[in-house]
Design a protein around this ligand. Structure first.
Ligand SMILES: Nc1nc2c(ncn2[C@@H]2O[C@H](COP(=O)(O)OP(=O)(O)O)[C@@H](O)[C@H]2O)c(=O)[nH]1
Ligand SMILES: [Mg+2]
Length: 197
């Protein structure tokens, strides 16, 4: 698929403001700094679309982008800022959790993990939450350019075992080099086709 048009739509900070107009949504979740905004920029070919890196304000919002006038990308707040404890547990009962369980047109949730790191407790909780709620998700292992190509496949095995998720659910990408970006675009294209059947 080619993304010809990508425009910022809006940002919301409370659940009563989430969009609900029937457009299919592809959401991006993961800890802060894992590469959510960079991936959206790379997929759309628009460098400044989702502000990459530390813009603290935006990171607490749900940011929507309209793609090809036919679906949306949704940049979700990063988890992992707060210290472990009550504040952290509230992530799932808070905005992210409410968005994920309250968005009937969610086509896929892309869960981003840094390919170099063992999944954190919060990554594990996220995956459990998605499985428990029977939500459609895929795992995206980011920053592939930071590892030798020969090590990528084995690292996917490691992550797959750590999470108890089959390897077929993993896509490996680099927003830096563009590695794996076509796979995600193809995946989205197929998902949209099957949505329209
Ligand atoms: N080397 C490398 N750096 C990346 C990649 N993706 C993101 N980054 C860097 O990681 C940092 C956080 O990225 P960002 O997209 O803002 O993460 P977010 O907080 O999940 O939205 C920034 O400094 C990016 O330049 C990648 O594929 N390769
Ligand atoms: Mg971001």
């Amino acid at each position: 698929m080619v993304i010809k048009k990508a425009v910022y739509k809006t940002s919301v900070v409370s659940i009563d403001k989430i969009l609900n107009d029937g457009l299919a949504e592809f959401a991006f979740v993961g800890r802060s700094n894992v590469g959510k905004s960079s991936l959206i920029n790379r997929l759309t070919g628009k460098k400044g679309l989702a502000k990459a890196s530390a813009t603290p304000g935006k990171t607490k919002m749900i940011n929507y982008f309209d793609i090809n006038d036919s679906f949306r990308f949704v940049d979700l707040p990063g988890y992992g800022f707060a210290k472990v404890g009550q504040a952290q547990k509230d992530v799932w009962s808070g905005l992210i959790g409410q968005y994920l369980t309250g968005s009937p047109t969610l086509a896929t949730i892309f869960v981003l993990l840094d390919i170099r790191h063992t999944p954190s407790e919060l990554d594990r909780q996220m995956v459990e939450f998605l499985i428990y709620n029977q939500l459609p998700f895929m795992i995206v292992a980011t920053k592939a350019d930071k590892l030798a190509k020969s090590k990528l496949a084995n690292q996917v095995k490691v992550l797959s075992r750590a999470l108890g998720i089959r390897e077929e659910m993993f896509m490996v990408v680099s927003s830096e080099t563009g590695y794996g970006i076509d796979k995600i675009l193809n995946y989205i294209e197929h998902k949209m086709e099957s949505n329209n059947e």
